[in-house]
Write a protein that binds this ligand. Sequence first.
Ligand SMILES: [Zn+2]
Length: 411
Amino acid sequence: MEKFDWIIKNGRVIDPSQALDKVTNIGLAKGKIAAIGDIEGGSEADQIYDATGHIVTPGLVDLHIHGYEHVTPLGIDVDHYCLGRGVTTAIDAGSAGCDTFDGFRHFAAERSQTRLLAFLHISRAGLAFSSRTGGDDPGELETLKLVHTRDCIDCIESNRDLLVGVKIRLSSSIANDGRNEVEAYKRAREAAGAVELPLMTHHNFSFIPLEDCPGAMERGDIYTHCFHAYPNTIIDPVSNTLFDSIVAARDAGVLFDIGHGMGSFSWPVAELCAQQGFWPDTISTDIHSLNRDGPVYDLPTVMSRMLKVGMPLVEIIRASTINPAKAIGWDDRIGTLDIGRDADISVLALDSVTLQLEDCHAQLRSLESQLIPKAVWRAGNRGQITSPKKLPDCDTYQTAIDWQSKLIIRD
Ligand SMILES: [Zn+2]
């Protein structure tokens, strides 16, 4: 008789990686997924979780977060805001550069129960003294002395267990008023090409045109913040349709990632994309210290926004599990409920609600349904679920309103 540590029973198991969507049971043993299906009869389990009425998915994968807490201004407590909300793997988007990565390994990655991976920033300081772009904050590309291709490559080669790509932020405000953008972008592409890993670009308030970013990106590279409404938005504000260069980039295999953040999710941009059948390849939060209590809150809240926009539930789960896993080349390890993989599992409720939910600019939509995390396992160990302090939190709207004047597309 097979012995399980946990049986998660009677949930609606949705695993897009194996085209699975049915009410069934999952057995966990020794930290791995041991069985899926009719496993109750004759088996004994140490513990049973009754998931009746809930959705059971592969542990969620958030492709864009900031988890270098206490060292970078944007860092958050990863286990509270990621694992606590059903995210079993979080990928830090460039909080560390080659000079600060060792600390990231010891103080962040090794101390979190959440599996924490990272894109290495092309700037050797990462985001040690940087936060928002597009305003007055100083940034990581103020001098090209910070941008060293060879050292970035060497750091990645020595840390391939944790590093999954290269990150650059292209905004003139953090690059000596734009003077360093073109050269830094070139060096970032060189580094990513040399290590054969994806480059993730942040692109707003930049002098680099869409024809070059995402236009010059390679197949498999990741264009994050794809739903922002600032200068460099992917929607032509005259025709309200996607720019040709965006359609061409998707056809060429560039991946489009939400990276919600403090300024990069606009209801109207997401809705205009939906009207054209343009769904994001990956759904990520860009959760950090300035948006964790709104407007981001957590990954299930960002997924709920995509439900409102009309993205099918199974596609939302695909874009939050196997798609980000594939984007970083980890689909042989995470993002799936395949037998034998680490038992990373999320349980979500799909609740009927009446909720006025903001985007990054305090523009509101009425949500009728909301995904809410209920339980999570990371490598077979049950994690602690946490909740937003207040959702929605109108106290966070003022900054959003202050930035409305910078928008190109708005309600
Ligand atoms: Zn970010």
